[in-house]
Each structure stands twice: as structure tokens, then as C-alpha cells.
Design a protein around this ligand. Sequence first.
Ligand SMILES: [Mg+2]
Length: 300
Amino acid sequence: MSKYKQEIELARKLVKKAAGITEWFRETGFRTLEKRDHSPVTLADYASQIFINYNLRKVFPGDQIFAEEVIDELSSSQEEIIQRCFHDQKIDIKNLKSTLNYRGNLSNRQWTIDPVDGTKGFVEHLSYSIGISLVVNSEPIVSAIAAPNYDDDGLAVFSAELGQGAEASFGGRKFHPVHVSSQKQLKNARVCISLHNLSDATLSFLNKIGIKESNRLSMDGMGKFCKIADGSYDFYTHLNRSKMYSWDFCPGDLLVREAGGFSTDISGKKLQFKEKICEITAPGYVFSNEHLHKEILSFF
Ligand SMILES: [Mg+2]
């Protein structure tokens, strides 16, 4: 029996509507801006976060928020474009900057928000996603991911609740349960890898264990977790030492586990969510079905 019905329904609705916002920008055109760390950001990232923050504050005013984007200012022309998008989407939000920077109240209920995950993929009209999750006392409880252009059906929305399994809706149809694949043979496994952040270490590992080029799918954003959760691919791995944020991993971590899969770092430890930081004990992670996980970890 779901204990978080309201939260999961809201999470699904928000990522789906946020995808309508980001697609509006993709269709009408956008300018790419640069963040302080030189990574790209667009007004679609800002508009999506404003929309999600606004609604989370409205429904759960006592909750805390960890969201990816923060801004010093929005120019009047930027505000105008975001307002035009909201008008077309029949959304009315006044104070854009303060809504984007809203982080709620100190609470053991914490939402993570990635308003556009895979901004490089978004900018190039390829794969990207929108992901949110609810973490209670450092444990992921609810997650939702919207992946536009997921497959031939277009938009897919995935969701999971701790202990209640994972579900997906393809092309606007009803949600139904999803499960990881039953692939047992590593040599035949199909793998998801990052499109824009693929590390040399990941590539040499895949070559070492003999994953064929034709069995590798490169994509940006959390769609990789979704492909593992619905069984269309068998594992997703990335080997590196870079800093990880909860908003990038929390939704997918819960989704893959609730779909019957495993989510650990390469030493077999669970990912730890400490406010906005996602901590791992070894330089890399593996999300896979239950049959392949042990064998993949045995190589490290
Ligand atoms: Mg992002």
C-alpha cells in the first residue's frame, strides 16, 4: 500500500509538465548560456526549475529542496521569454528569480530537482530528461523521471516508490509496472553509456569485458536509468572520480532498485545521499539487472 500517493502523483505530474516547458523551448528556439563552471545552461533549465519549485512549495511548504540551478539575476528579456512560455503553458508564476532560488525549510523531507539533466543533449536536440525525487532521512522514497524522445512513442515518464516497485507510462498511456532485464550473459549484455561525458576508463572497461559496439547505447540524462529499469538495456556504468550530485542520481538509483535491479558503486556499496551530494566509496558506479551485477563488480 502506497504511503506516498500524493508525493508520487505530484512528482509524475511535475516532470511531465516540466517536459512540456522544455520542449516549448526546444521548438521555439533558445540561447545557450554558460554557468560559472563553464557548463551549459538554457532558459529551459531555469523555467523548468521555477515551475517545479513553485509547485513543490505550494503543496509541501515545509519541505526542503536541493535543486541544480541558482541564479544571481534574470534580465528583463529573459524574464519575458520565460513568462511567454508559462503563458503558452497556462501557468501563472510571478516572482521568477526568487522561485528559482527557493530552497524551502530545513527538513528531513528533501526534494532533489534536476530541471534538465543532460543539457548538452538538450542543446543538440538529442536525449535529455527531467528528474525529481523525495529523500526522507537520507533514504530515497519517491522518484519520477520524464524522458522526452525516449523511443518511438516520444515522451516516457518513469516513477518509483520505495517498496512499491517501478512504473512507466509511454507516449501518454497508462502507467504499468516495469522490470529490469533477465540477461544472464555478460558477453551478450547491452549497455548504456554517457554520450557527452564518456570517460576513457569506461571505454577501456567495456572493451576489456567484451561488450560489442553494437550493444552500446550512448545517451545523455537519466534516460539511461530508465532503459535499465524497463529491461531494454542490461546495465549502465560510468567510471570516474568527479563530484556527484544527488539530483543526478537519486531518481535513477531508486528507479533501478525498485525495478528489481542493483545500484552500487564499483566496490558494491550503496550510493549515499547527503543533502545535495551523492557519495560513493570507489571511482565509478554500476546500475544493472540482478544477474549481471556481481559479475561486473568482480572485474574491479
Ligand atoms: Mg541539469
